[in-house]
Ligand binder design. Structure first.
Ligand code: GLY
Length: 567
């Protein structure tokens, strides 16, 4: 009898082992593009290709950054830009890390109440679609600063293929044609009937932008000062003033990008390196990841109600802090150490129970949130030496303020809308602004951009980021967790459906048609408020994963025309 029991036990153990092995085999990872040495993943194939070609010519990640950023300005004017700004986080092959802030600044003539009418009421049109909506652009300063410090080629060599791209044109995609069609009327209203984008542009057309090619040629010849002090600066300032704006030549001449120490924190043996303020990305990502770290997420199961609850409750608490405490560190004191203190973050989650949702109104007084739009773009680069850059750049709204400088060939941002124009009053997204992020001359508006790099065992492991306004942070979070906690490949992790909570409004947004109804019902029964209506696409992640054999896997988001290119 005893012998029989032992045999049965042995059989059961063997069957269990067999079924586990079978499961592991069944879950064969669907990989994205694999490359041996270097990779660029961006919102457009042409931009990824140009970045890779620069690396093949002997350039490094910082040279490729300049090329990719400018190629996006040509082929993806929806968010790629000369008239906007961004953030870049880097990790050199030797493990040193850093970041550059080339966020736009409020012009020197800006003032706190500039978007209020005579009755003190907020006028959204002014901060979103007028010449006053633009901050002083930082993109050219950012890419030149980074390239000058770390790059290997000359700006003229790097910009040459981009100039050719603008001259010879690029093929318009289906998605892009639809956006250009929607743009046409408003671009004409803002810029007049002669404006470049008052034309029919169809999918498959080749679009050439010769004026932008000429601007890039001058920048290639004269360097970053062409944009900030040269002919380009003069045209830009004159145009803005003619349109009722306040950006002057002095604003442009005094603009500087800023090197900043990134936010660096451990998560379950990994090291996460992300953007510091004036982006809220790194701080908020760190707060969320430290709050969820004690939970065994992989055991809860991917997209189980409990997994979603843990993330949502941490997000709710982190966004409440973000909206109250964060702004431009050159203007306000941010209690970074206190906000990232482990004991503080543990205490924040003490009020959470799996039984019932916490109400956002119970988390804090709930007076402060702020605005970003969904239209931004991200690219990730790893070069042949193992240097990595993670870059997110934006005009804020799609095509920014829609103000197109026809003499220069680019759109101006509407980043001033990322300030809180009037504390306590909702902006175009129904969000409310904070005093810490109020407008002041020369101040940078708060951002959610979260360009991030992750290390494993002291080595480069992931380069990741996304557009998506306030959903940027939660999209980056879920992509990282998909790989760390649920063993997904890079492309799989990028493809997986996403959800989002940001404290206020007190709603979980789910990507449409991606989550099952039983899950939604369970969450509702536990007191969660769900946005089942017109949920947007959440994030458009472009990322690179270093595989155990050292090869690179690209994750180019299926939600757009994004593309990984490598060799
Ligand atoms: N304008 C989008 C952001 O900075 O997050």
């Amino acid at each position: 009898m005893k012998k029989l029991n032992t045999s049965l036990l042995f059989l059961a153990a063997w069957l269990l082992l067999f079924s586990c092995a079978e499961k592991a085999q069944q879950r064969e990872i669907q990989r994205g593009l694999i490359a041996e040495k270097a990779m660029v993943v961006s919102a457009r194939e042409e931009a990824s290709k140009i970045g890779i070609e620069i690396i093949q010519k002997g350039g490094n990640a910082f040279d490729a950054m300049m090329a990719t950023e400018m190629a996006l300005a040509v082929t993806y004017p929806f968010a790629g830009n000369l008239g906007g700004g961004g953030f870049m986080v880097y990790r050199m092959a030797d493990g040193t890390v850093g970041s550059i802030d080339y966020r736009e600044k409020a012009p020197l003539a800006a003032h706190k109440d500039m978007f209020l009418d005579e009755n003190g009421e907020f006028v959204p049109q002014l901060s979103q679609q007028s010449a006053l909506a633009s901050g002083v652009p930082g993109t050219i300063a950012g890419i030149f600063e980074a390239q000058e410090k770390f790059g290997k080629l000359t700006p003229a060599e790097i910009l040459q293929p981009v100039i050719q791209l603008a001259q010879k044109g690029f093929v318009v995609t289906e998605n892009q044609a639809q956006r250009f069609q929607r743009l046409r009327q408003v671009a004409t209203e803002v810029n007049g009937p002669e404006t470049f984008f008052n034309r029919e542009i169809n999918a498959g057309d080749t679009l050439k932008i010769p004026v932008l090619a000429a601007t890039l040629e001058r920048i290639a010849k004269n360097g970053r000062d062409e944009f900030y002090k040269g002919e380009t600066a003069k045209i830009l300032a004159k145009h803005m003033q003619e349109k009722g704006g306040i950006i002057t030549e002095e604003d442009l001449a005094s603009y500087q990008a800023a090197w900043r120490d990134p936010i660096v924190f451990p998560y379950r043996g990994y090291k996460v390196i992300s953007m510091a303020p004036p982006s809220s990305g790194g701080m908020t990502l760190a707060q969320i990841m430290k709050m969820i770290e004690p939970f065994e997420l992989s055991k809860l199961g991917h997209h189980s109600p409990e997994y979603i609850q843990v993330l949502v409750e941490a997000e709710r608490r982190a966004y409440a802090d973000r909206n109250f405490y964060l702004g431009d560190p050159d203007f306000i004191e941010i209690p970074v150490d206190q906000l990232l203190d482990e004991a503080y973050l543990k205490s924040r989650m003490e009020s959470f129970s799996m039984e019932k949702a916490t109400l956002s109104s119970d988390i804090s007084e709930g007076k402060i949130v702020f605005s970003e739009s969904m239209e931004t773009t991200h690219y990730s680069i790893v070069d042949a030496d193992g240097n990595a850059v993670s870059v997110t750049t934006t005009l804020n709204g799609g095509y920014g303020s829609k103000l197109y400088i026809d003499e220069l060939g680019f759109f101006m941002n509407n980043e001033m809308d990322d300030f809180s124009a009037k504390p306590g009053i909702p902006n175009m997204f129904g969000l409310i602004g904070a005093e810490a992020n109020s407008i002041a001359p020369g101040k940078r508006m708060l951002s959610s951009m979260t360009p991030t790099i992750v290390e494993k065992d002291g080595k480069l492991w992931m380069v990741v980021g996304t557009p998506g306004g306030s959903t940027i942070i939660t999209s980056v979070l879920q992509t990282i967790l998909n790989v760390i906690e649920f063993d997904m490949g890079m492309q799989e992790a990028v493809n997986a459906p996403r959800f989002h909570h940001q404290w206020l409004p007190d709603l979980i947004n789910f990507e449409p048609d991606s989550f099952d109804t039983t899950l939604i019902q369970t969450l509702k029964s536990r007191g969660y408020l769900i946005n089942e209506g017109n949920s947007p696409v959440i994030g458009k992640v472009d990322a690179i994963l270093v595989l155990p054999d050292g090869k690179l896997e690209g994750g180019a988001d299926r939600r757009g025309d994004d593309k990984a290119v490598g060799f």
